[in-house]
Structures are given as structure tokens and as C-alpha cells.
Design a protein. Structure first.
Length: 557
């Protein structure tokens, strides 16, 4: 082989080596995003774990970083410091003005190094353990500006350290793309917190009107939870206490504890767990006590010592709230349907967020916002549960507690309304008054419990035999009434005789129960007021009693 041929071969090999090196260098550097473009940097990051947390920039520059090939970089609760290296390339002839954004705002210590033209490094130190003014751009997230010179490659470093989860959520964009994204986010947050505020004001008004404690506990829960989410999103630190990093961190734990405390209290009230499930109610009280103990420990313990117990307690209490809903639903509590759907929605959000916090799910838009999306659905459904509660309260206000029939208040209201309708439209209207015979003697001989059972037996008979639009009521004591709209005296006689006959077949033990019934119809006289029709039926009832009881007597005007 000639010297010239050998030289050519060496030159070709050197050229190939240089080309391969250039390709490798270009592959390791990420092209800067174009105007209006936003890039997720997670798959392009290089990571280094520093278990001691003592390494400096010069030391880590000489160390090997590993490539992050995943769509996120989430390490959960980690005592290590984490270093991030990013290579950026600008092949254009113009300088590129870019914005680097870290979208998880609860990072305690965050440092960013960018190279300078003179070969030195500019470091920007921020994090939610430092005053809010340490941020280059005053925003709830951490945003750094960087200028990438033309025809250049630059390497940037970031250092993360936090007592909470280490969620590295970096994106790179132009200023225009970032501001457009922030505008949409602000609109979404405005909707979210506007919905919270609406729920607070609505339930405050309902509490002032209804005076039911369930509304008060719900009001406390929504208020604390709304503030907690504002802390979690970094908004409270930005707008409420930007100069108090300690309060920014402790308020997260305090508001979380208060939210859990009032959520349990609300559930115990609206589901009546003390009566429906005494053991689960006592367990709820124990969990409330744990919430109080953890909150009392906030001044004496660090955020890092308390955040994991709080996270675990959140998951346990959410499961407990779900269990309470299942038990109440099986017991027939009407608000439990909406309640159970509400807490199921929140449970899904909590589980997703907690799995992300412990590093078992990636950090992305869904996992980061699952908590608050689930909470908004939960709040709306809980409002429906409270609406069901209002209907229950309204219903209980006109129901007799012992028999489940309408009470005297409802009877008076309906009699007035039905008489007006009957007179205006020229329709018939009849009224039955029923009285259990010798009920006082029955009570004296067999006791009040047996008397209550007898009243309940007659009530069940009325519920079975009296159909809408007829209305069965307990007027008082052993006296019952049946309002019969659009029914003549003949129609009323048929129902009355059926009731009397059926009750005779339902003896209370060995003691037969009989009925005296008085009937009055609108056609029997010029009844202008409901009291007049009632007096006529009452007169017929006493005539039945004087005539030997166990019979129906019609009013003779």
C-alpha cells in the first residue's frame, strides 16, 4: 500500500469519526421550539440523583447523567436532591428568546444555572421555601427566561430539593406560546374558584334560611378545601402571603387537616351515622382526632415529617367517607345516593393524585389536576345531596314521626286548598274521620308500646288502601283523617267500610281493633270554611261512638 493511499484512508476515517461525533452531538441537543410552539422536556432530560444533597455545579458537571426516556420525571417523596441537565440547540441565525417553565409549584428549593458569554454561570435561586420575590417572573409556577445565541448549543442545569414530592414538569416555549397557555389556565382557574365561591355563598344562604347544621359543616368544608386547593395551585402564595414561605408550606397542611375534619363532620351529620352505624361513627371520631393531632403538630414538626402522614390519612379518610355512604345507602337514607356519587368522584381524583405523589404515576396535566377535578364534581354532587336533605327536612315537617302519615299541619293546609279547588270548580269533596275504639282503655291495659303498635298498624292499613289523590293524615292521638278530593259520599262510604273491615282482620294480639268513622261531604251543607266540613265529620264520628262504635255514620245536614 502506498503512502498516499494510507493517508487517504486515515483522512476518510477521521472524517467519518468527526461526522459521527457531529451527528451524536446534534442528537443529544434539543432544537429550540419555534414561535408559538411548546415542548414537553421530560423525554429530553438528563437526570442525576444526589442522595447527600451536597453536590455543587462543578462536581455534577463531571459526573454521568442518565437519560430520561419517559414522558414525565416524577420521584415522589425523595430525600435526595435531583439534578437536571438540558442541551439546547439553535441552528438559526437569530437569537431565540425562550421561557422555561416548571409547572409544579410546591418545590421547596429550585436552582437554575444558565451559561454566560464570558464562560461563567448565572444562577437563579427560587422555590416555595424562598420569598415569592425570588421568582424571575411573578407567577404561581416557576418560570425562567433564557436567550439562546444563534448557531449555538447551550447546556443548562437545574437542581430540585423538596420535603414534598419531586415532580419535574419542565416545558420550553416562546413567550407568546407561554402567555397564551397561561391565559387559558387563568380562565379555567377562574371557572373553578368561581364555582367554589358560588357554592359557598349558596350554602351560606341556605344555612341562614334552613338553620340545619349539615349546611354549616358543608360550608366549613368547602371553604377550607377551596383555600387548600388555592395553596396547592400556588395561588395563595402568589396573592395572600408572598413574603411568608413558612406560612405558605404550613397552610397546606393546616387547610388539608381542616378539610378532612369538616368533611367527616359533614358526613356524620347528613347521613345520621350515629344512629345508622354507631361503630363507623366512632371510627370517624377517631379519625377526626388524628386530624387534630396532626394539625397540633404543625408548629413543632417540619413539613417533611408531616406531609406523608397527612397524605396517608387523606386516603384512609376518603375510604371511610365512601364506606359511610355505602352503609347509609343500604339503610335507605335518601341523600346517600348523591353523597356516594360525590365521594366516589373525589376518591378517584385522590387516588390518582396520591399515586402520582408517591411516584407511581407520571406527573402530567391529568394526574396533577385529578384532585381538583374530582373535588369540583364532588362539591356539585354534595350540593344535590344537601338539596335532598332540604326535601327531607321539608317532608319531615309535615309527617307524623310515629306513623309516617301526614300530620295535622299538613291536614289543615291541604283541607284549605282542596276546599277552595272543589268550590271553584264545582267538584265533590268528602272527608273521613276515623277513631280507634276504646283506645284509652287499650293503652291502660296493654301499655303504651302496644298502643303505638296499634296506631302504626292502622297507619299501614291507610297507606295500603288510600291512593292519590286521597290524603291520609294522623290528626292527633288515635284520630285519623282521609281527605278525598273529587269523591262523593257514596265513594267515601266504600273506602270507609273497606277500612273498617280490613282493620278487624288485623287484631293486635288477642285484642280486636275496631273503628268508628264519621263522614261528611261538601254536598251535605253550605260549608264555606274547612273547619265547618271538619266539624260536620266530627259530629258524625261522635254519633258513631254513641251508637255503639265499630260503624260508619254519615253527616245529616
Amino acid at each position: 500500500m502506498s503512502v498516499r493511499a494510507a493517508a487517504w484512508r486515515m483522512l476518510a476515517g477521521l472524517s467519518l469519526w468527526l461526522c459521527l461525533g457531529l451527528v451524536q452531538a446534534e442528537a443529544s441537543a434539543l432544537l429550540a421550539p419555534q414561535q408559538g410552539e411548546m415542548l414537553n422536556l421530560a423525554p429530553h432530560l438528563q437526570l442525576l440523583e444526589d442522595p447527600s444533597g451536597q453536590l455543587g455545579l462543578e462536581q455534577v458537571q463531571a459526573m454521568d447523567f442518565r437519560d430520561n426516556q419517559a414522558d414525565s420525571a416524577n420521584f415522589g417523596f425523595s430525600h435526595s436532591a435531583w439534578w437536571v441537565r438540558v442541551h439546547l440547540s439553535n441552528p438559526s441565525a437569530q437569537i431565540r428568546h425562550l421561557m422555561l417553565r416548571q409547572d409544579y409549584p410546591l418545590i421547596d428549593w429550585l436552582d437554575f444555572w444558565s451559561p454566560q458569554p464570558d464562560g461563567s454561570w448565572q444562577v437563579r435561586n427560587t422555590g416555595d421555601r424562598r420569598p415569592f420575590a425570588s421568582r424571575e417572573i411573578h407567577h404561581r409556577d416557576f418560570i425562567f427566561s433564557l436567550d439562546l445565541p444563534p448557531y449555538s448549543e447551550q447546556t443548562y442545569y437545574l437542581r430540585y430539593a423538596s420535603a414534598g414530592p419531586i415532580n419535574i414538569g419542565l416545558s420550553l416555549s416562546s413567550a407568546q406560546a407561554l402567555f397564551e397557555r397561561i391565559s387559558l389556565e387563568q380562565l379555567a382557574y377562574g371557572f373553578y374558584y368561581g364555582a367554589f365561591l358560588s357554592l359557598v355563598l349558596y350554602n351560606l344562604f341556605m344555612f341562614l334560611v334552613v338553620r340545619d347544621r349539615a349546611f354549616f359543616f358543608y360550608l366549613l368544608y368547602v371553604s377550607c378545601y377551596g383555600l387548600y386547593m388555592a395553596v396547592h395551585n400556588g395561588l395563595s402564595y402568589q396573592f395572600l402571603w408572598p413574603d411568608n414561605p413558612r406560612l405558605a408550606n404550613d397552610s397546606l397542611l393546616l387547610l388539608l387537616g381542616m378539610s378532612l375534619l369538616w368533611a367527616l363532620q359533614f358526613a356524620r351529620g347528613i347521613l345520621a351515622t350515629r344512629q345508622l352505624a354507631p361503630r363507623l361513627d366512632r371510627l370517624s371520631q377517631v379519625l377526626q382526632g388524628l386530624c387534630v393531632l396532626l394539625m397540633l403538630g404543625i408548629p413543632g414538626f417540619s413539613y417533611g415529617q408531616l406531609i406523608q402522614p397527612f397524605a396517608a390519612l387523606t386516603l384512609v379518610i376518603t375510604l371511610q367517607l365512601l364506606l359511610l355512604g355505602v352503609v347509609a345507602l343500604l339503610a335507605g337514607a335518601r341523600p346517600a345516593r348523591y353523597y356516594l356519587l360525590a365521594w366516589s368522584a373525589l376518591l378517584v381524583g385522590v387516588v390518582i393524585y396520591m399515586l402520582k405523589s408517591f411516584g407511581w404515576l407520571p406527573h402530567n396535566v391529568l394526574t396533577q389536576n385529578a384532585f381538583q377535578l374530582g373535588s369540583l364534581i364532588e362539591m356539585l354532587l354534595l350540593s344535590l345531596a344537601l338539596g335532598s336533605r332540604v326535601r327531607e327536612l321539608k317532608r319531615s315537617s309535615y309527617l307524623d314521626a310515629l306513623t309516617g302519615l301526614c300530620n295535622r299541619r299538613h291536614f289543615d293546609s291541604q283541607m284549605h286548598k282542596e276546599l277552595q279547588v272543589a268550590r271553584q270548580l264545582g267538584r265533590p269533596l268528602s272527608l273521613l274521620l276515623l277513631d280507634i275504639d276504646h283506645f284509652k282503655r287499650f293503652n291502660d291495659n296493654h301499655g303504651h308500646q302496644a298502643g303505638d303498635r296499634a296506631l302504626q298498624k292502622l297507619a299501614r292499613l291507610l297507606q295500603c288502601q288510600v291512593r292519590k289523590p286521597f290524603i291520609a293524615c294522623r290528626h292527633g292521638g288515635e284520630e285519623f283523617a282521609v281527605i278525598m278530593p273529587n269523591s262523593s259520599a257514596e265513594d267515601a262510604k266504600v273506602l270507609a267500610e273497606r277500612l273498617r273491615r280490613e282493620l278487624a282482620n288485623l287484631d293486635e294480639g288477642d285484642v280486636p281493633l275496631t273503628l268508628s268513622i264519621g263522614l261528611a261531604s261538601l254536598a251535605d251543607g253550605p260549608f264555606e270554611q274547612p273547619e265547618q266540613l271538619f266539624a260536620a265529620a266530627d259530629e258524625a264520628l261522635y254519633a258513631a261512638k254513641r251508637g255503639g262504635r265499630d260503624q260508619l255514620v254519615c253527616y245529616q245536614g
